[in-house]
Design a protein around this ligand. Structure first.
Ligand SMILES: [Cu+2]
Length: 170
């Protein structure tokens, strides 16, 4: 009787073990599927949100940098060896002869005191735009080669009337 009861218990446990284990496996298989579906949705949403935050930060940094550069420009522009001020009026440049050493990077500040003028170096295609009386405009040029470069005012017949000068690079 004891052997039979042990056999029945063993058989019952085996059957019970066989029937319960497939049910548990089914539950485990379904749950990972649900988790994977839930995990996939938030990932695209996070990716969309991050670029928006980065784009907002980049313009703020860019806006701050030019302010620092403008403060430096008031004293000495980076890379400029010398600042030369040139006055323009009816009908002259002062100074009209400017001496520069080869290799120098010059910032010309053209101050127009009367009339409409520009300061233009035709052979180098460098200079200012035409500006009104009382205005100033600067341009930067690096003189790599020695030589003499004429500059003039391109407005009307101003050059013929005396608005000419020369830059001597040695
Ligand atoms: Cu002029």
């Amino acid at each position: 009787m004891r052997l039979l009861s042990i056999m029945f218990l063993a058989a019952f446990l085996v059957i019970a073990g066989c029937t319960t284990s497939p049910v548990e496996e089914d539950l485990f298989e379904e749950e990972p599927f649900e988790d994977s579906v839930i995990e996939q949705d938030p990932v695209p949403e996070e990716v969309h949100e991050e670029p928006v935050v980065e784009e907002e930060q980049i313009p703020e940094e860019v806006h701050e940098e030019p302010v620092v550069e403008e403060e430096v420009t008031e004293e000495t522009t980076e890379g400029v060896d010398r600042v030369i001020e040139v006055e323009g009026g009816m009908y002259y440049f002062e100074p009209s002869v400017i001496e520069v050493e080869a290799g120098e990077t010059i910032e010309f500040v053209f101050n127009n005191v009367q009339g409409m003028h520009d300061m233009w170096i035709p052979s180098l295609e460098a200079g200012t735009s035409v500006i009104n009386s009382g205005q100033s405009e600067s341009f930067i040029y690096t003189f790599d080669e020695a030589g003499t470069f004429d500059f003039l005012c391109t407005v009307g017949s101003h050059a013929a009337q005396g608005m000419v000068g020369e830059i001597i690079v040695s």
